[in-house]
Every structure is written in C-alpha cells, then in structure tokens.
Design a protein around this ligand. Structure first.
Ligand SMILES: *Cc1c(COP(=O)(O)O)cnc(C)c1O
Length: 384
C-alpha cells in the first residue's frame, strides 16, 4: 500500500517493538550485540554499533520512505554524509561541479580537503543550464546541486539539471536540506542521491546534529555502507532517536514555516530599509516559476539585502528579540544571522563570497504577528 507523507513520517521503520510492544522506537545504546555462536548474529544482523544500530536503522527506513528512495544511511552530520559520499564518487583527477553559491561547508570540503588530494571542481550557476553544459568535462563524475541554495535562495531546475548530468555520464547529488522531503523530492525528478543535514528541518528542534543520504541505487548504498564503517563517520543513537521524533511532525511544521515565511516576506518587500527580498515564493523572484513546478510550497528561509549595507545588516542582527542571533536553521524557533561573518565565512575571498549587506532569516513557527513586529522594530532601529 502506498502511504501518505505523514503516515510514513510517523510509522515507516517504527513498528511497535516486537518484544515489549513499545509504541515508540527504543533508544538502543548498546555498542555491541550478543552472538549465538561465532559469527551467528540475531535478528537484524547487528554486531557492533559503528556498523549498525537498531535506532539508526529505524531512522534510515523512515528517511528512505520520506524521500521515496529505496535506502538511506544516517551520519553524524550533514558534512559527514557529504564526505563519505564524495570519497565514494570521486578520485584524484576527477572533476565535480558545485553550485556557485553552495553551502559554505560544502565549498570548504571540496576546496580545502578534496582539491589538495587532486580532485578538480568548477562553481556554476545551476539556474543556467548552458553554463552547466559548458562546465562539464569528460572527467566530470558529479554534479552537486542545492535548491533552494543557502543563503541566496537560488533555484535550480532539478529535472533539467538531471537530464544534462545523465547525458554527461555523471551523477546528480541534490542537497535537499532547505526544502525538506515534504516540499521537494529530488529522486522523483531524476537525482541519483539526496543529501540532508537532518540538523535542520528534519530534526526540527535544534537539539541534534545529523546527516543523511537517500538513494535507490543499491550498489551505491553498498559502497557508502562500506566507507562509512571504514572511516567511522557514524551518528550517536540518541541523536538518531531525537531526529526520528522530530521527523514525525515534519509536515505540520513545514506548513507553518511556509505560512509564516510568506507573511514575513510580504512585509519585508514593502519595508523601505530592505533593498531586496530573496524568497522563491515571491511572484517576481527569478526562481519562482521553477520552484512552483518542483516544490509543494516555498519553504521557511528568507534572505534580505539591506539598503543600508553592511552596517545596517549587522545592526539589524543585533536588534531582534524574538529572532535569536545564531547559526543553523530549520528549528521551531526563529533565527537571524549575517552569513558574511557567520555561516559563510569559509567562502570569503572566493568566487562564492556572499554580499555583506545580506541577512538570513530562518522563520520559525511562533505567532507570525510577533515575528513581523520583531523584524519591523529591528529594521527601524537598524536604519536610524
Ligand atoms: C547545515 C547544512 C549542511 C551541513 O550539515 P551539518 O549537519 O551542519 O554538518 C549542508 N548543506 C546545507 C544546505 C546546510 O544548511
């Protein structure tokens, strides 16, 4: 039976415990599992918790169902997932394409860790399919796509990028952290692998760091499983348990994030201190049409460029009271930050540098009137 998104979020991988009937997946802290004879494991084939753990398995089955993939693997962080994936997909001499406004940590991994080992890369505006075609080489193994992008909310047409990538014999990875599987399902649009920082919307409560990969390619899963176990890039069971608990309410949270972000964006568009609002839900946003085609709604992230430049941006970040000044995103609470000096410091001086008048908002699920009032007051204070 094909089940709906929230039914999967609440039940996939989460059958009541067969021994006790516990409705909620147990938090399995054991690092090792008894064997009935040398090499004879019990149900689930568990041996040692670096290789596999039942709480992690439950989360993996849930995430696979949410993305419509055959299998998922959970990691200790989004970057841990990215690292294992790239170790499997690229070798020295290979080439990859990354978004010209990729998440700062992804850029740092590629530029500072992989490039010194001999992996080549080209940053490309993936909204421009001709630019993508021009960047491809015979050695291109991976096109890495983020949509919407962090922090500029750029939109790439996943199906179009997938076509070009497939023709080039490369694989398409989509970082779906900003949209979450509730708003966008890249595998159905032709992506080979979906990546998440589950730290963000899937966990949703800013209390656990984690990452995940989802794919329908069983051979790739075998390679990922081997490399993950070999390098030890694994999550802790309590983080898995918290992430699974968060995932149950993903759909209702995302709808409220979207409701609130839409209202916040409408207010910001009319505010004289704001030079530009970056939000794909706005009808005149350059990514609106493609986003409307491939996303259920437009998400909870809104970025703005302040008319008063860097000083106004820094003052605004210091002036909010409901929005907390902090890195990260996707939790129930609203956050504000200055990407240039916080999350995206690692791209300073590179082709990926972000404007210093940019402020990024993770719009939470509080009462929207309070959020609007808080931002309006902070903008007024920032621009006197
Ligand atoms: C946060 C983030 C990551 C990295 O995930 P961590 O869990 O912080 O390691 C990757 N991609 C995007 C888009 C992110 O926002």
């Amino acid at each position: 039976m094909v089940r709906g998104f929230s039914t999967n979020a609440i039940h996939a991988g989460q059958e009541p415990d067969p021994t006790t009937g516990a409705v909620i997946t147990p938090l399995h802290l054991s690092s090792t599992f008894a064997q009935d004879g040398v090499g004879v494991t019990r149900a689930g084939d568990y041996e040692y918790a670096r290789s596999a753990n039942p709480t992690r398995t439950a989360l993996q089955e849930c995430l696979a169902a949410l993305e419509g993939g055959r299998q998922a693997r959970a990691f200790g962080s989004g970057m841990g997932a990215s690292d294992v994936l790239l170790r499997v997909l690229v070798r020295p001499g290979d080439h990859l394409v990354i978004p010209h406004d990729a998440y700062g940590g992804t850029f740092r991994l590629v530029d500072k860790v992989l490039a010194p080992w001999g992996v080549e890369y080209t940053p490309v505006d993936l909204a421009d399919i001709d630019a993508l075609r021009a960047a491809l080489r015979p050695t291109t193994r991976v096109v890495w796509c983020e949509t919407p992008t962090n922090p500029l909310l750029g939109i790439a047409d996943i199906a179009a990028v997938a076509d070009v990538t497939r023709q080039a014999g490369a694989r398409l990875v989509v970082d779906n952290t900003f949209a979450s599987p509730y708003l966008q399902q890249p595998l159905a649009l032709g992506a080979d692998v979906v990546l998440h920082s589950t730290t963000k919307y899937i966990g949703g409560h800013s209390d656990a760091v984690g990452g995940a990969l989802v794919t329908s390619d069983d051979e790739l899963v075998e390679q990922l499983t081997f490399t993950q176990n070999a390098v030890g890039s694994v999550p802790g069971p309590f983080d898995n348990w918290l992430t699974l608990r968060g995932a149950k309410t993903l759909a209702v949270r995302m709808d409220r994030h979207c409701d609130n972000a839409e209202r916040v964006a409408e207010m910001l568009v009319r505010h004289p201190a704001v030079a530009r609002v970056l939000y794909p839900g706005l009808p005149d946003d350059p990514g609106h049409e493609v986003a409307a085609k491939q996303m259920r709604r437009f998400g909870g992230m809104v970025s703005i460029i302040l008319a008063g430049g860097r000083e106004a941006a820094l003052r605004m970040c210091a002036a909010t009271e409901v929005f907390t000044l902090a890195e990260s995103l996707g939790g129930v609470e609203s956050l504000i930050e200055h990407p240039g000096q916080m999350t995206h410091m690692s791209v300073a001086g590179s082709a990926l540098e972000v404007p210093d008048s940019l402020v990024r908002l993770s719009v939470g699920i509080e009462d929207v009137e309070d959020l609007i009032e808080d931002l309006r007051t902070a903008l007024d204070r920032a621009t006197v």
